[in-house]
Design a protein around this ligand. Structure first.
Ligand code: HEM
Length: 245
């Protein structure tokens, strides 16, 4: 008798979703720390920017490096979204059934799953706008250039929404990954879940606080710099592929 082959595609898709989510989640934690260096002063953020442009390796800044990295992140972001879309309710009827189920079921993790789907949907649009702008304006990252983008180029409303979406989505995602793959598993499943949930809560509060303080710092600089939009920050003169920054 011919043996029926097991279709491994769903398991593979699940793995791709977890792996891409983990990469994006870890990237995001790093990203929040780098962007928040503005809280330590303009010079610190300026030097971090130069570091990512390769200045300390090549003696010159190459913003194309940031474009390439942002392009890779964008690719992983699209793959993650493409495999996640199969979990979305595909009709109003399905959505209604899911909502009623969540209401009657009163299960916290099912509710968290709903918020993950909702914030993920929002990020299709919000994340894409940010990534595309960063990719195509990688030479314009710095204390003044970023603050001008936030205030004078009206990115702050998008950043408020994106920050909320990414922090909730990311911390719920990491929590669900830890549960699904059994990371940090203790002897008592209920205790493990409670512990992971309290970590998730602490991470969300931490990154939202850091994120909003960071955004406030860019808004403050952007308002102060409103009359000089386009002027770049100078700690010392740096050459960006022949252009003075
Ligand atoms: C390599 C890829 C990325 C780079 C180089 C990058 C760079 C930056 C920079 C320089 C800022 C400061 C504001 C500005 O200059 O406009 C910023 C802010 C922000 N980015 Fe990204 N970003 C990247 C990917 C992402 C992704 C994938 C997300 C989420 C989907 C994201 C979410 C945010 C949020 C929410 C803010 C505002 C944070 C705050 O002010 O607290 N970024 N990013």
């Amino acid at each position: 008798m011919k043996k029926k082959k097991i279709d491994k595609t769903p398991a593979r898709l699940d793995f791709i979703q977890s792996a891409s989510g983990l990469i994006l989640g870890l990237f995001m934690w790093g990203h929040m720390f780098f962007v928040s260096t503005i809280l330590l002063g303009k010079d610190v953020m300026y030097n971090v920017t130069r570091f990512f442009e390769g200045y300390y390796f090549f003696g010159e800044s190459y913003p194309i490096i940031v474009t390439i990295v942002a392009g890779i992140v964008f690719f992983i972001f699209i793959v993650h979204a493409a495999v996640a879309i199969r979990k979305f309710p595909s009709s109003y009827k399905q959505y209604k059934i899911m909502r009623n189920h969540i209401k009657s079921f009163k299960h916290d993790d099912t509710r968290l799953w709903f918020w993950q789907v909702f914030t993920g949907f929002a990020m299709f649009f919000l994340g894409s706008v940010h990534l595309y702008i960063i990719m195509t304006n990688s030479a314009d990252i710095g204390p003044y250039a970023s603050a001008d983008r936030v205030v004078s180029e009206w990115m702050w409303p998008l950043y408020i929404l994106l920050l909320l979406a990414v922090e909730f989505h990311g911390s719920i995602g990491m929590y669900r990954l830890a549960l699904k793959w059994g990371w940090f598993e203790g002897k008592d499943a209920k205790k493990t879940r409670d512990r992971l949930r309290s970590y998730k809560y602490a991470i969300t509060v931490f990154f939202l606080t850091l994120g909003f303080l960071t955004l406030a710092a860019y808004i403050k600089i952007g308002i102060e710099h409103k009359d000089n939009v386009g002027e770049r920050y100078h700690e010392q003169s740096v050459t960006v592929k022949g252009v003075q920054q």
